[in-house]
Ligand binder design. Sequence first.
Ligand code: MRU
Length: 368
Amino acid sequence: MNVYGEHYRTIWLKENNPNVVQIIDQRHLPHKFVIEDLATVADVATAIKDMHVRGAGLIGAAAGYGMYIAALHAPKESFMESLAAAGEKLKATRPTAVNLAWAVQRQLDTVDAVAGGIDAKIQAARQTAQAIADEDADYCRRIGEHGVAIIEEISRRKNGDPVNILTHCNAGWLAFVDYGSATAPMYAAHDKGIKIHIWVDETRPRNQGARLTAWELGQHGVPHTVIADNVGGHLMQHGLVDLVITGTDRTTYTGDVGNKIGTYLKALAAHDNGVPFYTALPSSSFDWVMRDGLKEVPIEQRDGTEVRYIQGLHDGEIKQVLLTPEDSPAANYAFDITPARLVTGLITERGICEASEAGVLGLYPEKR
Ligand code: MRU
């Protein structure tokens, strides 16, 4: 993905000092482009918890690099114990995105299996962190290749008129290492010359749509319009949305989609108006154990401050402004579950499937 014409990923090892991880600190976007150094496990944990990095794929990649940093600093005599403790610390940061636990476990399994000494284990942790990041980017690119067919088909039906796609939150390249999940088919369509226009839900309370999705679509030259969170249903009733594509933080192997709060309402409106509703995800965002999303997926509740205040640029400075009465309490449910029955299909790196156990396991037979 290009940032002011330069290619970036969202996370990488520092040039000339591979003991340090660098990230784009997303708290400052779209107003400031800030790169942050992470040198300790505590730095990585804070970056995930306080959302300097966020989005399922990127949380997973950050955890992968965090485990590599843990390996660099782990004492020889209690190497694996120290690594396991770092894994617990990282897993405690955010509960909903399954990529986090998946990346930690992948690191623990890989490093444990290395027979050589500590140096070989550290080397393996570094290679695994890199592999998690590279795979994430590659899988998202492939999601784009599969998902573009859906947009192409609608574009044909509309005789080349712009395809209006609604998306919620940010499941873009900022939520992954590159390309994004929901945005990958959009970028692929745009790059093929297919006319598209994206309705970007603002996504209160943290405004990932208004701040991040709008910014990255703009960087790629994709036409888009930011809308308040409650607008989607109205647009669908008036035929102004051809397709909804969202990402997910955790989708059960039965097809229930856990995603940013408000996704469920968009799915209900889409269902009522006959608008196709797709969720795009790499296999690292599937939960292969949970059957019932509503009962089992942990829903993060964040501090009410995020609801009570809103962030923006004022006189060249990023500021928080109080929105509610001083003493009104606020609840901050960060995710919701869209039942599989409301999901038209899942776009994965292996292709598109029905949001059902049969559909998902048909694409991933090794998980049966
Ligand atoms: O709280 P966030 O910003 O980490 O949540 C991200 C989302 O919920 C996105 O909508 C996304 O679909 C999941 S990340 C691909």
